[in-house]
Every structure is written in structure tokens, then in C-alpha cells.
Write a protein that binds this ligand. Structure first.
Ligand SMILES: *[C@@H]1O[C@H](CO)[C@@H](O)[C@H](O)[C@H]1NC(C)=O
Ligand SMILES: *[C@@H]1O[C@H](CO)[C@@H](O)[C@H](O)[C@H]1NC(C)=O
Ligand SMILES: *[C@@H]1O[C@H](CO)[C@@H](O)[C@H](O)[C@H]1NC(C)=O
Ligand SMILES: *[C@@H]1O[C@H](CO)[C@@H](O)[C@H](O)[C@H]1NC(C)=O
Ligand SMILES: *[C@@H]1O[C@H](CO)[C@@H](O)[C@H](O)[C@H]1NC(C)=O
Ligand SMILES: *[C@@H]1O[C@H](CO)[C@@H](O)[C@H](O)[C@H]1NC(C)=O
Ligand SMILES: *[C@@H]1O[C@H](CO)[C@@H](O)[C@H](O)[C@H]1NC(C)=O
Ligand SMILES: *[C@@H]1O[C@H](CO)[C@@H](O)[C@H](O)[C@H]1NC(C)=O
Ligand SMILES: *[C@@H]1O[C@H](CO)[C@@H](O)[C@H](O)[C@H]1NC(C)=O
Ligand SMILES: *[C@@H]1O[C@H](CO)[C@@H](O)[C@H](O)[C@H]1NC(C)=O
Ligand SMILES: *[C@@H]1O[C@H](CO)[C@@H](O)[C@H](O)[C@H]1NC(C)=O
Length: 542
């Protein structure tokens, strides 16, 4: 699936695309010519690559929706693709040997940035091919940006959690693909859709709950989900079918509805999926509505003998509010390998992104995946978004940075207790670990203390990369935790100058929460705002 993509240093050195399948072949056996090409027949790699580095494309749209000029985050980048994922065998599609070979080649090719949209199960860094490959790339001065994963909103699902990787969560944009469901009783319910086809305007059709359209040999509960083989075409034909979300894929429900003869589909959320509604490219006119609107539709179908409705054609809405919001699918912290390192680091648009795709997929897939908010409309935490939404222009002039060297990363590995063999997987020459060594003062741009007994003092060092200036510390204390910064002000006279400060975190006796709490430290000269999340869990006390 995923592809490593990269921006090249040398102006004239053009690496188009490479593929790596020898690791895959050792498992699957001899491969034919369809595998001996970097050509993307799946779509994910083209999409992620063009999201990162796609050039300006005028008139880009999905069935006319979202029409406009599309571009990637860095539209003038020179890109190279390194394909390492192939059709799944035994649940695996990207093999370690191919991933590591691709990293080596990208390093050899002299890329500046690696964007890595793949990841696996949590495992120690010496056993993690993406972490190892990333480390060697970072040693060569390459910035490695990795996906947090699509396993949210469950806690501790984040992948690519090494501190030398920049781990990015997914959030929404201020754009909606809106389609209304209008009921016979004139109620107008807001939904989302990317259906390429639409019903005639304002013409009512009979509306039927899929539970009432069940085939004789199945349960109403299965039919309500619009699973294959559960619908009676005689009851469905010519009607708008109401299906419940869950179990089978959302787009599959539309396929079943169409195959049973429905002219349209209303897809209603369960209580669990709440407000998370998704614009899918359904095979028939359809609209996805939230849980409360779903209850309204079912109440209506139950209340009248001949329920009817229509679905409006999807339209593009811009400047929708609020935005961005965390995608529910975006994998979350705490970091399952090293809870002292906050992951993800940041969040960026990752929902309903119109980007390049392969023509080898006949249908336009659910590029958007699960969009939107925390489906319960609760406030997201740094375990979803890290330090927050990416601010690319601001990153050009950050003022101060928290610098880390390759030796800092090696010391970090030492602090994890890796033995000589394991450390040698990261270091080319024998590295002698400092003793003692702790994670506390590792100069990460966030401060995470997973088990705070009473108080702790952590040291961080800021490097000036802007003009001379005086920065003052501002603190939002996590609930129940006091935060003391010393000194409170840092004066930088020249570029490259480094200054250290201490942060003392202390559990306030009375009412400390037993769960993670979140705060923030901001160094500001009024022009630059250098923010660090503070994430603390007080140790359990009787
Ligand atoms: C190559 O292998 C794939 C998967 O096994 C198969 O679907 C395809 O038809 C083969 N192509 C050729 C040219 O043999
Ligand atoms: C997109 O917008 C452009 C410019 O307004 C227009 O020429 C083009 O026809 C539109 N494309 C679609 C598919 O609507
Ligand atoms: C290394 O990763 C593999 C595959 O994910 C796993 O089966 C194995 O247990 C891991 N080994 C260690 C030492 O964690
Ligand atoms: C469901 O969506 C409607 C808009 O159509 C909104 O008014 C309502 O508040 C949403 N439900 C919940 C529980 O937020
Ligand atoms: C129910 O019967 C139909 C044919 O009458 C069949 O196609 C379908 O697979 C059956 N469903 C189940 C769940 O057995
Ligand atoms: C339903 O399942 C059958 C058997 O797996 C398959 O042949 C058929 O194409 C499916 N129908 C739809 C509409 O997905
Ligand atoms: C509608 O009627 C069905 C079948 O009697 C019932 O299971 C369901 O709870 C009702 N839904 C609402 C929202 O009243
Ligand atoms: C949203 O956040 C609340 C509070 O932390 C949590 O209970 C809920 O499960 C979250 N929902 C999702 C979908 O992330
Ligand atoms: C390091 O640990 C691994 C796994 O337990 C072991 O195989 C290896 O021999 C150890 N190396 C040293 C130098 O202790
Ligand atoms: C920070 O704390 C360390 C010891 O914990 C101390 O040696 C150092 O002087 C302190 N630095 C500042 C700027 O307060
Ligand atoms: C602790 O008490 C303070 C002051 O009464 C209050 O503002 C804060 O919300 C409380 N924190 C917790 C975790 O209950």
C-alpha cells in the first residue's frame, strides 16, 4: 500500500520511482512482471505522495465536488517514490527487508525529507524496521515524517513512536460535502455524501427501513445493516433504503441497496459512531447522517404507513466551522513503547483530501476514511494532536528550537536499557553508553511524565535560530499539577546560542487526578511562540 516518498536535494538528479520486492518474494515465491514495477495499482501511495508534494492542478474534483486548484503541502518539491508494499499475504503487505532497502536507497539518492505512510504493531525500536530505517536517515540529516496510524480513537494505538520520527495525526479541513435528507413531514436533516449520482430534485420516493425489507431467512438486525443476502428486492425496489452503520463497509451497504433495487440510501449512525459522518463515493444517491438524525428517520418510518423522502445532490461547503477537528480514526497516545515521549507530535489535514490516485482502481475509494471530530464532540487531547495543528509557514521562522543530535538519540536508546547488540543496530561504530543515564532530560520538545510520584525537575535546552531577543515563559498548568519554570526569561544575543531552563512539576496534594492531565509551556518574544505540551500522570496514592 504505502509508498515512501521523498524530496530530492540535487537540482538535476531526478529519481522517478523505485520498487523493492525481494523480501516479499522470499515469502510469496517467484513474482511475475506485474510486481516488477513501482506503478501504483492500489492508490494509497499516489495519494499520500501527492498530498505531501503534489504540484498545482487546476480543476481537480471528485465528481465535480471540491472543484478547484489542488496542491500538496510542498507543491514545488521534486518527488521520488519508493514502493515497498504489495498485495497482502498472511496479513502482511510491507516486509521489513523491503522497507529497510528502500530507506537505504533513499539515503543513497540524497533525499532531504522522507514521508513514510506506513507502520506496524508496536515493538521495541531495535525490532522495528521503520524506526531503524528512520534512524539511519536522520543520521544523514534527513527529516523523517511518519503517519500516526488509523487505529483511533482507542488510547495507545499510535505507531511510529521513536523520537527521531515526526509523527503526524490526522484532522479535518474546513470543507463539507453536504447532502440533505428531506422527510415527508418536511424535516430536513443534514448529511454528507460524495455520490456521483443524484435523484431528481424535490421528488419524493417511498422510504423503507432495511429492517422492514428483510429477506425471510435473515434477522431484522442483519437486514438493518444492509448486509449481502439480507434484503428482499421485492420490498426494496424503487425505494430509498435506510441502513444502519456498522459491521460491513459503508460503501458495501450502498452496493447491497443498489443490488436490491433501491434508488437511494440513507446511512444512519449508531449511538457509538455518534456525530462522525463521512462523505463516501457511494454507488447510488446516498446521504450519511448522525445518530440523532438517524433516530429521527426511524421514528418517522415507524410513525406513518407510507413514509417518503428525498435526498439532495451533494454540494461543496467551504469555511465550515469548527475546523480542524481530530479524525476519530487518527491513532492516539500514550506512546505504547516509551510513554515518556509524547506521540503523535503534530496533526495535519488527513480527511477528505483531494489528491492523486491510481487509475488502476475502478472506483474512487473512501480516501477520506473516518473523518471528523471526536464523535462524542469531546475535547481532544495531545494524545490525539501532539503539539497541535501543523503550521508550515510558521515553521520557516520558529525563533527557537529544541535541538537533538544523533548522540542524543543514542543516549536515549541507552536509557531504554538496550544492550550492546541492540545499540549496534543504530550506531555504525561501537557506542559506549553514558552511565547513569535517564530519559528525564532528553531534549524532546514536549514534556511527558507518565508516573509522577511527588515532584520532578526536567531540564530542556533551547537554541536560537532567529534574531536576538528575550523570551518569557508562560505556563498553563495541568489540573492538579504545579509547574515552575526557572529561569522565567531567556535572553538570546546571537544565532546558534543555547540556553537551558528547568521545569519543576509537582503534584498538588489535595486533588491530583489519577489520569493523564495536560498543560502547556510557551516561550514567547511576542513574535514567536514556542509551545510544548506538558503531559503528566500522577502516581497512584492512597
Ligand atoms: C501476475 O500475478 C498476479 C497475482 O498472482 C495475477 O493476478 C496476474 O494475472 C499475473 N499476471 C501475469 C501477466 O501473469
Ligand atoms: C471546475 O471549475 C472550473 C472553473 O470554474 C470549470 O471550468 C470546470 O468545468 C469545473 N469542473 C467540474 C468537473 O465541475
Ligand atoms: C519483533 O517483531 C516481531 C514481529 O512484529 C514479533 O513477532 C517479535 O515478538 C518482536 N520481537 C521482540 C523482541 O519484541
Ligand atoms: C446531528 O446533526 C444535526 C445537524 O443535522 C445537529 O443539529 C445535531 O446536534 C447533531 N447531533 C448531535 C448529537 O450533535
Ligand atoms: C437468504 O436466502 C437468499 C436466497 O433466497 C440467499 O441468497 C441468501 O444468501 C440467504 N441469506 C442467508 C444469510 O442465509
Ligand atoms: C453477495 O455475495 C455473493 C457471494 O459471496 C457474491 O457473489 C455477490 O457478488 C455479492 N453481492 C453483492 C452485491 O455484493
Ligand atoms: C421502529 O420500529 C422498530 C420495529 O418495531 C423498532 O425496533 C425500533 O426501535 C423503532 N425505532 C424508533 C426510533 O422508534
Ligand atoms: C471523545 O473524548 C471523550 C472524553 O475523553 C471520550 O470519552 C470519548 O470516547 C471520545 N470519543 C472518541 C470517538 O474519540
Ligand atoms: C542482547 O539481547 C539480545 C536479546 O535478548 C541477545 O540475543 C543478545 O545476545 C544480547 N547481547 C548482548 C551483548 O548481551
Ligand atoms: C536546573 O536544575 C539542576 C539540578 O536539578 C541544576 O544543577 C541547575 O543549575 C538548574 N538550572 C537552572 C537554570 O535553574
Ligand atoms: C483541584 O482543585 C482546584 C481548586 O479547587 C480546581 O480548580 C481543580 O479543578 C481541581 N482539580 C481536580 C483534578 O479536581
Amino acid at each position: 500500500m504505502a509508498i515512501l516518498c521523498a524530496k530530492l536535494v540535487q537540482q538535476r538528479k531526478l529519481i522517478g520511482a523505485r520498487y523493492f520486492n525481494k523480501g516479499y518474494a522470499t515469502v510469496v515465491g517467484p513474482l511475475n512482471s506485474t510486481f516488477n514495477t513501482p506503478r501504483d495499482n492500489e492508490g494509497h501511495g499516489s495519494h499520500t505522495l501527492s498530498t505531501a508534494g503534489g504540484n498545482f492542478v487546476a480543476g481537480a474534483s471528485v465528481f465535480g465536488l471540491g472543484n478547484g486548484t489542488a496542491k500538496g503541502g510542498s507543491p514545488k518539491a521534486r518527488v521520488a517514490a519508493y514502493k515497498v508494499c504489495w498485495p497482502p499475504v498472511g496479513g502482511n503487505e510491507c516486509f521489513d527487508a523491503d522497507i529497510v532497502a528502500a530507506f537505504d536507497m533513499a539515503i543513497h539518492d540524497g533525499v532531504d525529507v522522507l514521508s513514510v505512510s506506513l507502520g506496524g504493531q508496536p515493538t521495541p525500536f531495535f525490532n522495528d524496521s521503520v524506526a531503524l530505517g528512520s534512524f539511519h536517515a536522520v543520521k544523514h540529516g534527513i527529516v523523517v515524517v511518519c503517519s500516526a496510524g488509523n487505529s483511533g480513537p482507542t488510547a495507545a494505538t499510535v505507531s511510529n513512536v521513536a523520537p527521531w520520527q515526526i509523527t503526524v495525526g490526522a484532522s479535518t479541513m474546513d470543507r463539507d460535502f453536504r447532502s440533505y435528507v428531506v422527510l415527508g413531514n418536511k424535516m430536513r436533516l443534514e448529511g454528507q455524501s460524495l455520490s456521483p449520482t443524484a435523484l431528481p430534485s424535490n421528488k419524493f420516493y417511498s422510504l423503507i427501513s432495511a429492517a422492514d425489507a428483510k429477506a425471510a431467512n435473515v434477522s431484522a438486525a442483519d437486514a438493518l445493516l444492509c448486509k449481502n443476502g439480507t434484503l428482499d428486492p421485492r420490498k426494496v425496489r424503487g425505494k430509498i433504503l435506510v441502513c444502519l452503520r456498522g459491521e460491513n463497509a459503508r460503501v458495501d451497504k450502498g452496493e447491497q441497496a443498489l443490488s436490491a433495487g433501491a434508488v437511494g440510501m440513507v446511512l444512519a449512525n449508531t449511538e457509538l459512531t455518534g456525530n462522525e459522518i463521512i462523505a463516501d463515493a457511494h454507488v447510488l444517491p446516498a446521504s450519511h447522517i448522525n445518530f440523532t438524525n438517524g433516530v429521527t428517520v426511524f421514528t418517522y418510518t415507524n410513525s406513518t404507513k407510507s413514509p417518503k423522502a428525498y435526498i439532495t445532490r451533494a454540494t461543496t461547503l467551504l469555511s465550515t466551522k469548527p475546523a480542524p477537528f481530530m479524525a476519530a480514526f487518527s491513532s492516539k497516545g500514550p506512546n505504547p513503547i516509551t510513554p515518556e515521549i509524547l506521540k503523535p507530535d503534530i496533526t495535519a489535514p488527513g480527511v477528505s483530501v483531494i489528491a492523486a490516485y491510481t487509475e488502476a482502481q475502478a472506483k474512487t475509494q473512501d480516501n477520506s476514511r473516518e473523518p471528523l471530530l471526536n464523535a462524542s464532540y469531546s475535547k481532544a487531547t495531545p494524545f490525539s494532536y501532539g503539539a497541535g495543528h501543523v503550521h508550515p509557514n510558521g515553521a520557516m521562522d520558529p525563533g527557537l528550537v529544541y535541538d537533538l543530535t544523533v548522540n542524543d538519540y543514542l543516549d536515549f536508546i541507552c536509557a531504554l536499557g538496550y544492550n550492546e547488540t541492540q545499540v549496534s543496530m543504530f550506531s555504525d561504530s561501537p557506542y559506549s553508553c553514558p552511565n547513569p543515564i535517564s530519559l528525564t532530560n532528553f531534549n524532546y520538545p514536549s514534556i511527558t511524565v507518565p508516573l509522577l510520584a511527588d515532584s520532578i525537575t526536567v531540564t530542556r535546552t533551547l537554541k536560537n535560530v532567529g534574531s536576538p531577543g528575550t523570551y518569557k515563559a508562560r505556563v498553563h498548568e495541568p489540573s492538579g499539577i504545579s509547574v515552575l519554570v526557572k529561569p522565567k526569561s531567556l535572553k538570546f544575543n546571537k544565532v546558534g546560542e543555547e540556553k537551558s531552563f528547568n521545569v519543576t512539576l509537582k503534584v498538588k496534594e489535595a486533588n491530583a487526578s489519577k489520569d493523564y492531565v495536560f498543560g502547556k509551556l510557551i516561550w514567547s518574544d511576542e513574535k514567536h511562540h514556542v509551545g510544548s505540551p506538558i503531559v503528566v500522570k500522577a502516581a497512584y496514592r492512597n
